[in-house]
Design a protein around this ligand. Structure first.
Ligand SMILES: [Zn+2]
Length: 466
């Protein structure tokens, strides 16, 4: 298999002209050998400023790839909603609609583009992100993401789309973003959002892969709306496939979803974002972001010749054990700060019925294989740890919630407070509504993990249990 992302992946972190970016995406899809057909999906915000992006995707990606059997104007499955929120089911429908021959042994190639967006005003070298000029008025852009940052009240807002956005980001990311330089705050928000929504698409592919051989290329970006020609900042590129062995990763790369790991700088008139491979801090450190002026993190100094980094808050460097994060909006708070899996696990033995399920549950077997597939490469491990973990928890909560709970329990994830709660649930009945609810809650909490933490939890959950 050739490395089909070799061109498009070089754009990750860089601002590109719309047509250049879409040309690279089309060539990536076309590079997959022996394709039986192509399908195209677009997820973006409802904002009218994204019309050019939508038309560019249709003209430069979908139309050249697709069979002439598919009429023009019917070549893109489009999801446009407030803030570009991924809707579970999109991957399945795109696959279903564009798999022309379900009996074919050659793969269908699906291309899904995920676009968040941000406005830019001012001269190119001295521009600000976060608004556009609409008929002489300064207007927030993306309005949905701006509304999310501006909504600081606890509890449900009464607006489903707003609550979904807040849940996806979580309180820790939102706190960091609100403290960033206003000139880049909404850009960073859009980057994090694009990365997370692309992950949601990847997670759906892992959890419910198409029934026929499929290659899926998922790219995400932030469309930049400005007075001159639109451009995009590429934020991730993923190549996945599924066959009779199930879904797995071929290749991919992504910017971080933790805002303090984004290093935003100008490169001439364009914006450039580094992945911050070594910069991401743990959840516990993010909690301390309000702490006044601690030691600057290692490696945060600008590289020689680089322009000053914009907008990131000061952070600390020390590392600690990965905690199971506690989202204050979810469930009861632990009795101590930062429950850690280093806390001694309670003494327990699992029923044989559960240990055998741990060994045989399909979601567990699939997650183990996916983890093994990326184990040769540290960047791949970090990029895909969270989607694999999310898909595993979703799979377990549907068919075998007791498996996930037992694994967390036996390996001490979450420490004593969490373990006591888990054991009570297990005793009530492994298939009880409480067990499912607990896994759903944990899934939401795990969404807050950074890549390294997610990888550690994933390794614990997929470990062999005797
Ligand atoms: Zn928008």
């Amino acid at each position: 298999m050739s490395f089909v992302l070799s061109e498009i992946i070089t754009h990750v972190g860089a601002e590109r002209a719309l047509s250049q970016y879409h040309g690279s995406l089309r060539r990536a899809a076309a590079a997959i050998p022996n394709a039986d057909g192509f399908g195209a999906g677009l997820l973006t915000c409802a904002d009218e400023l994204l019309g050019e992006l939508e038309h560019g995707f249709e003209r430069d990606v979908a139309t050249p790839l697709m069979s002439a059997k598919i009429p023009a104007q019917r070549r893109v499955f489009t999801v446009r909603n407030l803030g570009a929120r991924a809707e579970t089911g999109m991957v399945g429908l795109v696959s279903n609609h564009f798999t022309l021959n379900p009996q074919a042994t050659a793969p269908t190639v699906l291309v899904i583009e995920v676009s968040a967006h941000v406005g830019r005003t001012g001269a190119k070298e001295d521009s600000r992100f976060g608004s556009v000029d609409r008929f002489g008025l300064d207007s927030p852009c993306c309005g949905a993401l701006d509304a999310m940052l501006g909504h600081t009240k606890e509890g449900p807002s009464g607006l489903d789309w707003l609550d979904q956005l807040r849940m996806a980001f979580g309180p820790v990311r939102l706190r960091v973003l609100r403290e960033m330089d206003p000139a880049v705050r909404l850009l960073a928000t859009a980057i994090v959002h694009a990365v997370l929504q692309a992950e949601a698409v990847v997670t759906e592919f892992f959890q419910t892969p198409p029934p026929t051989p499929t290659h899926l290329i998922v790219v995400s970006n932030v469309a930049i709306n400005q007075a001159w020609a639109p451009s995009v900042l590429s934020t991730s590129a993923h190549h996945l496939r599924c066959d009779s062995d199930g879904p797995t990763v071929v290749e991919g790369f992504s910017l971080r979803s933790t805002p303090e790991a984004l290093h935003i700088r100008r490169e001439g008139s364009a914006v450039r974002v580094e992945a911050g491979e070594l910069m991401e801090t743990t959840t516990a450190q993010r909690r301390r972001v309000r702490a006044p002026k601690e030691t600057p993190r290692a490696g945060a100094q600008p590289q020689p010749g680089a322009q000053p980094q914009l907008g990131a808050p000061e952070m600390t460097t020390e590392s600690g054990p990965p905690p199971l994060p506690h989202d204050e909006s979810l469930g009861e708070a632990p009795s101590h700060d930062g429950p850690s899996r280093d806390a001694p696990p309670p003494e327990l033995s699992l029923p044989a019925s559960i240990t055998s399920k741990i060994a045989e549950t399909p979601a567990m077997l699939r997650a183990r294989r996916q983890l093994e597939d990326v184990s040769h490469n540290a960047v791949l491990q970090r990029t895909y740890a969270r989607p694999i973990l999310q898909a595993l928890l979703q799979g377990l909560s549907v068919v075998s919630p007791e498996v996930g709970i037992a694994q967390m329990l036996v390996h001490g994830v979450g420490g004593v407070a969490q373990a006591n709660k888990l054991q009570r649930i297990l005793e009530q009945g492994p298939d009880s509504p409480a067990a499912r609810q607990t896994l759903h809650q944990m899934e939401a909490e795990l969404q807050q993990l950074n890549h390294e933490e997610a990888l550690q939890v994933l390794k614990i959950l997929t470990a062999e249990t005797r």
